[in-house]
Design a protein around this ligand. Structure first.
Ligand code: 4AD
Ligand code: MG
Length: 502
C-alpha cells in the first residue's frame, strides 16, 4: 500500500486524500454491490465503503466473508459525510487482510455481565469500554497535571506494608520470606513521612483491600492518589479537595466530551461541579437522614422506579408479540436483543424497588456513632446537585491517625467527599493527629501494636506539625464522571471477590 498511514481521529485533516488506515473490522453489512465496513483503529470508528466494481470483484468477495475483529489495512479516499460514524468515511481503493478472524465470541448482540467479564481481554475492544478507558486515561492525566502544576512532589510508597494503614479487617496478607506482611491499603502513612521532608507531596498507586462484600463500589485492587500537605488546616483540606475534584472534572470534560456523550453522560451535571461544594457535619447528616425530606425523596424515587418498571414490562410484552409478526431475520434479532437488555434493566429496577423501603428504615433508624452506610451516602448524594463534603465523624468509626477535634474530642477532623447523582464517597481524608501522646493512645485504642508504628510515631517525636491530606479513588471517580453504574468497568482488569480471570 502506497498511501500515507493515518488514524481515524485525524481524518478531518485528510479530506480528499488517499490514505491507509490500520486496524480491525468492528462490524460490516452489505447491500448487494456495496459493503459497509465499520472499522476501528484504536482512535475511533470509521465507515469504509467498498463498491463491487469490475476491477474489485475478487477483493469484494474476499472481504465480504471476513469475520468481526479480523485485522486489516484499508486504503481509500477520505470523504466528509455527516451521516457516517465520526463524520468521515473512506471510499475504499484497496484492502490488505492481515489476519482473518472467525467466531469472535463477543458479537454486537447483548451479552450478560458475567460473560463479558470472563472475556474482559476482548471486551476491552468494544466501543463502550474503549470510551471508558479513554476517560480513565484523562482522569489520571488530570490528577498528575493538577498536582505537578501545583508543586506537589511524587513520593512512591511501598506495596509490601509492615502494618495496617486503615483497618485490620481488610488486610491481604502475604508471605514475605517467612514473615507475614500486608499489601498496602493506602500509601498515606509513608507519604506523611515524605510530607515532613518535602512539604507538599503525593503518592499514586494501586491499593488493596480484602473487601468481602460484592457491591458496585468496591474492588479488592484499586488505584488511589493521596496528596499530603504540611502546615495545613481543616479549611485548607476542604479547599484542596474541592479544587482537585473540580480540576479533574473540568479537564475531563474539556478533553473527553465525545466519549462522555457516547456513554450517555448528562454533561450538565458535570458542569455544575464548581466550588464551593455543600458542607455538612456528620451530626447534620443525621438530622437530614431523619428528616421528612428524605422520606419524601425515597417515596418519590420508589414511585418513579415502579413506573419505569411497568413501562419496561409493557415494552417487553409488545416486543415479544412483534417477534412473531416481523418477517426479516435481522428484525427478529434486533427485537430479541432489545428484550434481553430490557430484562436486565427490569431486574435492576426490581432490586431497587425491593431495597428502597429498607434504605428508608435504615436512614430513619440511623443513630449517632454509626458509620454512614452505602445507602445513606447514596441518598445524601442524590439530594445534592453538587458534591458534598461531610466532616467531623465520631472517632470510633474512622481510622486511628485522624486528628481529634480539640473543641469536641468525640469527633475527628475528617473529610469525605460524596459525589453527586448518588455516586457516594470518592474522597476520604483528614487532618492527622500530630500530638504524640494522643496518637499513641489512639493506636492502643484500636488494638494495634505500637511497636509496628514506632517509625510513624517518630514523625510526632521530631518536628511534628499540623498536616493532612486525602485519598481519591480513581475507579469511583471514573464511574461518577462517566455515569456508569458499576465500578468493575472503570479498570481494565477488575479484581473483586471471586473475580481473578483474566
Ligand atoms: O476513605 P479511604 O479508606 O481513605 C484512605 O485510605 C486514606 N488513608 C486516604 C488518605 O487520607 N490519604 O479511601 C480513600 C478512597 C475512597 O474515598 C474511595 O474513593 C477509594 O479510596 N476506595 C475504594 N475504591 C474502590 N474499591 C474499594 N474497596 C475502595 N476503598 C476505598
Ligand atoms: Mg473512606
Amino acid at each position: 500500500m502506497q498511501a500515507e498511514t493515518v488514524h481515524v481521529d485525524k481524518l478531518s485533516e485528510h479530506v480528499g486524500e488517499e490514505v491507509v488506515l490500520k486496524g480491525w473490522l468492528y462490524n460490516s453489512r452489505s447491500s448487494g454491490k456495496v459493503q459497509f465496513l465499520i472499522f476501528r483503529d484504536g482512535t475511533g470508528l470509521c465507515q469504509a465503503v467498498l463498491e463491487k466494481t469490475d476491477d474489485k470483484v475478487n477483493l469484494f468477495n474476499e472481504v465480504k466473508h471476513l469475520g468481526q475483529e479480523s485485522s486489516l489495512c484499508v486504503q481509500g479516499i477520505v470523504r466528509q459525510d455527516e451521516r457516517s460514524v465520526g463524520g468521515y468515511e473512506l471510499a475504499v481503493t484497496d484492502v490488505q487482510i492481515v489476519h482473518k478472524t472467525e467466531g469472535y465470541p463477543i458479537t454486537l448482540k447483548h451479552h450478560g455481565p458475567d460473560f463479558l467479564m470472563k472475556h474482559r481481554h476482548l471486551h476491552l475492544r468494544s466501543q463502550r469500554q474503549w470510551a471508558i478507558a479513554r476517560v480513565r486515561h484523562t482522569v489520571v492525566e488530570a490528577i498528575r497535571k493538577y498536582l505537578n502544576e501545583n508543586d506537589y512532589i511524587l513520593v512512591d510508597t511501598p506495596i509490601f506494608s509492615p502494618a495496617a494503614g486503615e483497618d485490620k479487617q481488610s488486610l491481604f496478607n502475604v508471605d514475605y520470606f517467612g514473615e507475614e506482611v500486608a499489601l498496602a491499603q493506602t500509601g498515606q502513612l509513608h507519604v506523611e513521612a515524605g510530607c515532613l521532608s518535602l512539604g507538599k507531596v503525593y503518592c499514586f498507586g494501586p491499593t488493596f483491600r480484602a473487601e468481602k462484600s460484592k457491591t458496585r463500589r468496591h474492588l479488592t485492587e484499586f488505584w488511589m492518589v493521596e496528596p499530603e500537605v504540611a502546615y495545613l488546616d481543616m479549611e485548607g483540606l476542604v479547599e484542596l479537595a474541592e479544587e482537585f475534584t473540580c480540576a479533574i472534572v473540568e479537564h475531563t470534560l474539556k478533553h473527553r466530551r465525545a466519549e462522555l456523550e457516547l456513554l450517555g453522560r448528562d454533561l450538565s451535571d458535570l458542569k455544575k461541579v464548581q466550588r464551593p461544594f455543600y458542607q455538612l457535619r456528620y451530626s447534620e447528616v443525621i438530622d437530614l437522614l431523619h428528616s421528612q425530606k428524605i422520606k419524601d425523596h425515597l417515596e418519590a424515587k420508589l414511585e418513579v422506579r415502579r413506573k419505569q418498571l411497568a413501562e419496561l414490562e409493557k415494552n417487553i410484552e409488545e416486543w415479544t408479540a412483534q417477534q412473531e409478526s416481523v418477517k426479516k431475520q435481522w428484525q427478529k434479532e434486533k427485537l430479541a436483543q432489545q428484550i434481553l437488555e430490557a430484562r436486565d434493566e427490569a431486574g435492576d429496577l426490581r432490586e431497587q424497588i425491593e431495597n428502597i423501603p429498607y434504605h428508608m428504615e435504615l436512614a430513619a433508624a440511623f443513630e449517632w456513632g454509626k458509620d454512614l452506610g452505602g445507602s445513606d451516602e447514596t441518598i445524601i448524594s442524590e439530594l445534592h446537585d453538587k458534591p458534598v463534603c461531610v466532616t467531623h465523624y465520631p472517632k470510633e468509626v474512622k481510622a486511628f491517625y485522624m486528628r481529634l477535634d480539640r473543641d469536641d474530642p468525640r469527633v475527628v477532623e475528617n473529610l469525605d467527599v460524596l459525589a453527586s447523582q448518588g455516586y457516594g464517597e470518592i474522597i476520604g481524608g483528614s487532618m492527622r493527629e500530630e500530638d504524640f501522646d494522643i496518637l499513641l493512645n489512639r493506636i492502643k485504642e484500636f488494638g494495634l501494636d505500637p511497636a509496628a508504628y514506632e517509625w510513624y510515631l517518630d514523625l510526632r517525636r521530631y518536628g511534628s506539625v499540623p498536616h493532612g491530606g486525602f485519598g481519591l479513588g480513581v475507579e469511583r471517580t471514573v464511574a461518577w464522571i462517566t455515569g456508569i453504574k458499576h465500578i468493575r468497568e472503570t479498570i481494565a482488569y477488575p479484581r473483586m471477590m471471586g473475580k481473578l480471570y483474566p
